[in-house]
Design a binder for this molecule. Structure first.
Ligand SMILES: C[S@@+](CC[C@H](N)C(=O)[O-])C[C@H]1O[C@@H](n2cnc3c(N)ncnc32)[C@H](O)[C@@H]1O
Length: 448
């Protein structure tokens, strides 16, 4: 069999069989260029809608796994009143209280028929660590995966009219789709109809690539034939309207308003200078694999995983063909590059190197896997582990306010005074416009 066919296009990992390639869930896939290129961009004409007026309906909701209240912001904008919120994280509860005036309950397991009032909509971005690419993929083995069962328990008890759940797109594939089937089966068993939509803030004019699956759940007696199609049509209509409202908004604060603490350290700047010099030597070349300094001289080894040997082989090639340049370059920057393992790895994911190209032209994340350079069109997903996106042009990290804008959270939101908590909360959160669109489409179609 032709081995080249068994290569993951995203991470270059080589597989021994088609079965293992199909099973492979690639961490780079979620943010692939291919996916971004497919993103819809609407023309000015298409997204103009001067008659649009957001729905304002009287309804109540409870906000489970509420975080800092992304769902709350969205549903309140549609006229909803929150009756209860719940999150185990103390820092989230504090921020929620400050912004939404609700004392948040502390554990979903403590909710029961006595302390939950009647309500119309249940919403929840249930914990995704066990389902996400960033997590350990153990799904059912991980107790956090079972928090979904708490949603089922509360729905069976309170019989809300609608439920909106959000999770990482990867949940569709976990355990060969078993988790996904489980969600549908459990909802069906308690008499609810469900369908899901994949939504990405970058479809609605926001500079963040964050594909998420939204489960739209409707109580069986309220569900009518054709409702799913009508809701999806409405979502598609609203996407254009929101695109029109969002795509010209600048997410960046003025540099003079940005606190000095968000600027990159001298050390990181020097590392960027080093790699800029490196890529300048490779004009017109495209690296489809990470450049890893430690692999320049390393030998392939049978005990290595296939992908590692592929990376070693490709890095050997680069080194052997450019030995003189690379040795000189490395000696010049050795002191700084050797300070941290990630400094010695470059993930250049922006295609062919142009004349005068540099890292500073792009968005960057300092990840365990290396310095990841991405196209300027969209920031990669904010993630809960701290890899705050870097705005290369100004050699600085995005501020909490800017990350808040990527999640469509208003500028006057009162964040935690410790940035570390804020970035984590933003990385865990939902884009509020995405939920607003789904909520509005549901409310316009489900009569109650
Ligand atoms: C993916 S985040 C949801 C964030 C939220 N949608 C937002 O917009 O900020 C999941 C949340 O579930 C919370 N959580 C985890 N276990 C919980 C439990 N047993 N009871 C209540 N909340 C829990 C976490 O603290 C986390 O904030």
């Amino acid at each position: 069999m032709d081995k080249s066919k068994l290569l993951c296009n995203e991470c270059n990992m080589v597989f021994k069989s088609k079965v293992s390639l199909n099973k492979h869930i690639c961490e780079m896939k979620e943010e692939s260029d291919e996916e971004m290129d497919m993103m819809i961009k609407y023309s000015e004409e298409e997204c103009k809608n001067i008659n649009y007026k957001k729905i304002n309906k009287n309804f109540t909701f409870i906000d489970l796994f509420c975080g800092i209240g992304g769902f709350h912001i969205a549903l309140k904008n549609l006229g909803g009143k929150c009756l209860l919120a719940c999150d185990i994280d103390k820092e989230c509860r504090n921020v929620y209280l400050r912004n939404h005036g609700i004392n948040v309950m502390d554990n979903v397991y403590n909710l029961n028929s006595e302390n939950i009032p009647d309500f119309d909509i249940l919403c929840g971005g249930f914990p995704c660590q066990s389902f996400s690419n960033a997590g350990n993929k153990k799904a059912f083995e991980d107790k956090r995966g079972l928090l979904f069962d708490e949603i089922i328990r509360i729905m069976s008890m309170k019989r809300p009219k609608i439920c909106i759940l959000e999770n990482v797109k990867h949940i569709l594939k976990v355990s060969n789709g078993m988790v996904y089937k489980y969600i549908y089966n459990e909802l069906e068993k308690i008499g609810y109809k469900c369908f899901d939509v994949i939504m990405n803030p970058n479809e609605i004019g926001i500079k963040q690539n964050r594909p998420r699956v939204i489960f739209m759940v409707i109580r069986g007696d309220l569900y009518k034939n054709g409702m799913k199609e009508n809701i999806i049509n409405k979502i598609n209509e609203l996407k254009k309207i929101y695109y029109g409202m969002n795509h010209k908004k600048d997410i960046f604060e003025k540099l003079e308003d940005v606190d000095k603490k968000y600027m990159l350290s001298e050390e990181v700047c020097l590392v960027f200078d080093a790699w800029n010099e490196f890529i300048n030597n490779f004009e017109n070349k495209k690296f489809g694999f990470p450049i890893i300094v430690d692999y320049f001289n390393e030998k392939e080894n049978e005990e290595n995983k296939d992908w590692k040997n592929t990376y070693i082989r490709k890095n050997n090639e680069i080194y052997n063909e450019n030995k003189e340049f690379i040795d000189k370059w490395y000696n010049k920057y050795k002191n700084v590059l050797e300070k941290k393992a990630i400094y010695k790895k470059l993930e250049w994911q922006v295609g062919v190197i142009k004349s005068g190209d540099k890292i500073d032209n792009y968005f960057i994340q300092l990840r365990q896997s290396g310095i990841r350079v991405k196209k300027i069109d969209y920031f990669p997903s904010l993630v809960a582990i701290v890899q705050v996106p870097i705005y290369g042009k100004e050699r600085r990290y995005l501020t909490p306010k800017e990350c808040g804008r990527l999640q469509s959270i208003p500028d006057d939101f009162k964040w935690n005074s410790v940035d570390k908590h804020t970035y984590k909360q933003l990385g865990n959160g939902v884009n509020t416009n995405v939920i607003e669109i789904c909520g509005e489409a549901l409310l316009l179609n489900v009569n109650f």
